[in-house]
Design a binder for this molecule. Sequence first.
Ligand SMILES: N[C@@H](CCC[C@H](N)C(=O)O)C(=O)O
Length: 371
Amino acid sequence: MSVATIVSSPLTSSNIRSLSIISPSSFSPINPFKSYSFALQSNTAKLSTTSLLRNPNSRFSVSAMSVAAQENLSKTAFLDRRESGVLHFVKYHGLGNDFIMVNNLDSMEPKVTPEQAVKLCDRNFGIGADGVIFAMPGFNGTDYTMRIFNSDGSEPEMCGNGVRCFAKFIADLNNSHGIQSFTVHTGAGLIIPEIQDDGQVKVDMGEPVLKASGVPTKIPPNKDESVVKAKIEVDGVNWNVTCVSMGNPHCVTFGTQGNEKLVVDELNLADIGPKFENHALFPARTNTEFVQVFSRSHLKMRVWERGAGATLACGTGACAVVVAAILEGRSERKCRVDLPGGPLDIEWREEDNHVYMTGPAQLVFYGSVEI
Ligand SMILES: N[C@@H](CCC[C@H](N)C(=O)O)C(=O)O
C-alpha cells in the first residue's frame, strides 16, 4: 500500500496569489476540493484540479500562474474521481478519535475489507486512524447508513464520535452549510446527528440498554436484570462496575473495592484495558471506561476501546459513563465529561429516556491511497 496524494491545509483565494507547478509528476499543493482559473501562456484557461490530477502526464510549461479559488464548490468534489485500485478518503476527528471516511453512497458493500482497514488504520505504515467509516445509502427510510470497522478490523455497532464526523462528512459531500440534521441507520438502530449553528454536532444517541443479556455481559445481574454496582475480578483485583450498551458494550468503573475513587491519570491503561476487553464475562468483548468524579456535573474518563485500544475519546463511552454515574447516584442528568482529547456534553433526558451527546467534529486532511 502506498499513499498517492495527501493534501492538507486547504488553500483559499485569500492566501494564494500565485502557484508554481514544478513537474507534472510531483503532487503540487493544489486543493482538490476547489477549481481554479489561471492564466497559461497568455491564454486564460479554466481547469479543475480534478482534471489536473486525472491527467498526471500532461505537461505544463509555465512556472507560475495566478489563482482564484471558487469558494462555492464542495469540499469533497475530488471524491468523484473513479480510478480502480485507488481509495479516495477524507480524514476527520472528534476530539482526537480519528476516522478515515469513505464515500460509499453508491453501494451497500463496503469499498474496504476488514483486512484493508487494519492496514489503512496503521499509524506507521498506513494513513493512521482509530477506524474506517462508510457513508452508505439509507435503509428502512433513513437518509443514510453508517458502518464502521475498528482499527483491528472488527465491526462495532455504533460509534459516537464517528457519527459526529459522519454528519460533517455528509454536509461536506452535499456542500451544505448551517444547521442540518440527518437520520442515520446504524447497528445500534436509528441515530440522529444535528449540526448546530456553532459547528458543534448534537446527536440523539437513543436509549441505553441496561439488561445484562443486551449489553451483553454474563456478570450476574440485579433483580431488574441490570448490572449496576456489580463486582468483577480482573487480574486478582475486585472492581465495581456498571454495564451499559449504547448499541455497543461498555463496562464503566469508578474504582475498586479497596479504592472507591480512581485517579484516572495514574492507571496503567495498556495493562488493565485488554484484561477487561477480553474478560470471559463479556462474550462480545467490551469497551471499558475508567472514571473520576469531580462534581455531580463534571466527570473525567479514560477509555480502553474494544478493537482499537486506548483512544483520545469515545462518544458512546462518554454516554455510557453518564448513564452509569446517574444509576450509581453520582451525578445529575446533564454532565460535562473530560476525555484525553477534550470535553463532551452529555445528557440522559428523563422525558424520552434518550441520551444526547454534543461535541466537535473536524476535517483533518484528505487524500488518495492505493489499496
Ligand atoms: N470511539 C467510538 C466507539 C467505536 C467502537 C468501539 N471501539 C467498539 O468496538 O464498540 C465512539 O466514539 O463511540
